[in-house]
Design a protein around this ligand. Structure first.
Ligand code: NAI
Length: 350
């Protein structure tokens, strides 16, 4: 079913408020979820609302958190999330990081004790919209086998980089360190489609195509992706004093408890290096050169990261709205807050 931006965001905001979030927090969360859905990142859009609503209703997301911002140095700070909504904490912490980077040239901001914060490219894009370069990365619940291992130990631990270019263009690189985000498997399940055999393994460590048989995800590029997911955990978990590695809370274990996740934002002012205009001009030149390259057979063009997402957004609106799975639309339009579906389930909500 196709929904307009206003309709989708309004439905999600209404549902989150019905579950107990304040209007301000529901507004921010619905905005970021819409950002994901309109870019085709359906794994991190409306598909999550029922789960969040159940967690909010059961007390696992503090609805009136005591957020605490502390500057620990001219370029460093911590943002205590008090088990509040991860989207709101991550966005507010990025606002602090932007302010600090504009003032002092750079900001390294650690966010502690938050719930899931969704598509982290949203936060790096916030900084790039203000002519800053940014990196963000965070923990997620253990569901990926380490290279050579048999048990899930790390999460899909995503990383995003963003850099501004001219003409309002922004390069937003935003990826899970697993071959696919868990949400992509969730999305395939909701669409009753199979997954490629390179995404995940079953209980015996064998590749699977049925999304219902997945036991663990696999890191991108073997030991290299495994190394990246480990260092994301070291820099956004160990460094911030929150649970790390296999001790990171499971998304679906106990919806009445806070997740206590960590996230790190790093923001850099290009004015302190090559200069803002020179930086944007060079990033633009890079994008133009990449776009201008002859693509290999079967490719439309060479895209820069994030370009396809913006094309998908523009196409969705040109085609009459964002395509949302009927089942999700029905839930969003129903009176139910949740269907008691996720609490005390395994890491794959089974
Ligand atoms: P993806 O695989 O769809 O895209 C990864 C990156 O590759 C993007 O920057 C995209 O622009 C780029 N890309 C894709 N195709 C391209 C092409 N043809 N040419 C050039 N660049 C291309 O993303 P993934 O890994 O599935 O992640 C989806 C979302 O899930 C992200 O927003 C991520 O932040 C979020 N996520 C959040 C987690 C959390 O715990 N908060 C955990 C894991 C993922």
């Amino acid at each position: 079913m196709k929904l307009s931006r206003e309709e989708l965001k309004g439905l999600m905001k209404g549902k989150l408020m019905k579950a107990g979030l304040t209007e301000e927090h529901a507004e921010t969360t619905a905005e970021i979820l819409t950002w994901s859905d309109e870019r085709g990142y359906h794994s991190h859009g409306s598909v999550r609302v029922e789960y969040y609503s159940e967690r909010i209703a059961k007390g696992g997301i503090t609805v009136h958190p005591k957020f605490e911002w502390k500057e620990t140095g001219p370029c460093t700070g911590t943002f205590e999330g008090d088990d509040g909504c991860g989207y709101v904490a991550a966005a507010l912490a990025m606002e602090k990081a932007i302010e600090m980077a504009k003032k002092n040239g750079a900001a390294i901001v650690g966010i502690r004790n938050i719930s899931h914060s969704g598509s982290i490219g949203y936060y790096t894009e916030m900084a790039a919209k203000q002519d800053l370069a940014a990196i963000s990365f965070c923990q997620s619940d253990p569901m990926a086998v380490p290279y050579g291992g048999t048990e899930p130990y790390y999460g899909t631990n995503p990383i995003s980089f963003a850099a501004p270019a001219d003409d309002g263009r922004i390069v937003v690189f935003d990826m899970a360190t697993t071959v696919q985000a868990w949400g992509k498997i969730l999305d395939k399940r909701s669409r009753h489609e199979n997954i490629p055999d390179t995404w995940a393994v079953d209980e015996k460590g064998k590749p699977v195509t049925d999304p219902n048989l997945v036991n663990a995800l696999v890191p991108i590029a073997g030991p290299k992706g495994y190394g990246l997911m480990m260092m994301v955990d070291v820099f956004s978990g160990v460094l911030l004093g929150v649970p790390f590695g296999k001790h990171v809370s499971s998304m679906y274990h106990d919806l009445s408890e806070g997740r206590k996740l960590g996230q790190m934002h790093i923001v850099i002012d290009p004015a302190r290096f090559v200069g803002t205009e020179a930086f944007k001009k060079a990033v633009s030149m890079t994008c133009d050169e990449l776009n201008g390259m002859t693509p290999v057979e079967g490719f439309k063009k060479v895209y820069y990261p994030g370009q396809g997402a913006v094309e998908r957004k523009n196409q969705a609106y040109a085609d009459g709205g964002i395509e949302i799975v009927d089942e999700i639309c029905e839930y969003l339009k129903s009176d139910a807050v949740h269907f008691d579906r996720y609490d005390h389930k395994n890491r794959f909500a089974d």
